[in-house]
Design a protein around this ligand. Structure first.
Ligand code: CMP
Length: 152
């Protein structure tokens, strides 16, 4: 089994539009385990560190301004192949490519305001989890299904 942890962040527009519960529900309903969750403001330093790969792109300045404009909800999801599964549930970055049934496909119409970020690889997942969470903010517990799988 390939158990992975991945980072998600509901962006300021997701909070403003009252979509937090719906978005988190999609991950819970899929069977992913939420092991960390917190509402927070992102300051400019954290925003620049998180989005460092986009420095110099035409949308970079606006992205930093937007992500620091209001509270976000950051979380960590855990499960078998969680990184890829979460990316699929989230959908493509650009709403015109995001399939209906995905979070972005159902709720977004603009690339800049795409309501959620999710790690795109194991490398970025580790970097982003470490950037946003202290060790004591990440929880360890078993779901019933995991106990059953572990006993077989
Ligand atoms: P995210 O998954 O958080 O990763 C980088 C973000 O940059 C992306 O979601 C979008 O919010 C934003 N972004 C990427 N491409 C564009 C674009 N062409 N125009 C505006 N914003 C973009």
């Amino acid at each position: 089994m390939c158990i992975e942890e991945t980072f998600i962040m509901i962006k300021p527009d997701g909070i403003q539009r009252g979509l937090l519960g719906k978005i988190i529900s999609r991950f819970e309903e899929k069977g992913l385990k939420l092991i960390a969750l917190k509402m927070m403001d992102i300051d400019e330093n954290l925003a620049k560190e998180h989005y460092s790969e986009h420095i110099g792109k035409p949308f970079y300045e606006r992205l930093i301004e937007f992500i620091t404009s209001g509270p976000v909800v950051a979380g960590v999801l855990k499960g078998e192949k969680a990184i890829n599964i979460v990316r699929k549930l989230v959908g493509a970055t650009s709403p015109d490519n995001a399939e209906p049934g995905t979070i972005r496909g159902d709720f977004t119409i603009n690339t800049a305001f795409n309501i959620i970020h999710a790690s795109d690889s194991s490398g970025t997942a580790k970097k982003e989890i470490d950037l946003f969470f202290q060790k004591n903010e990440i929880f360890t517990y078993d779901l019933a299904l995991e106990q059953w799988l572990g006993s077989k």
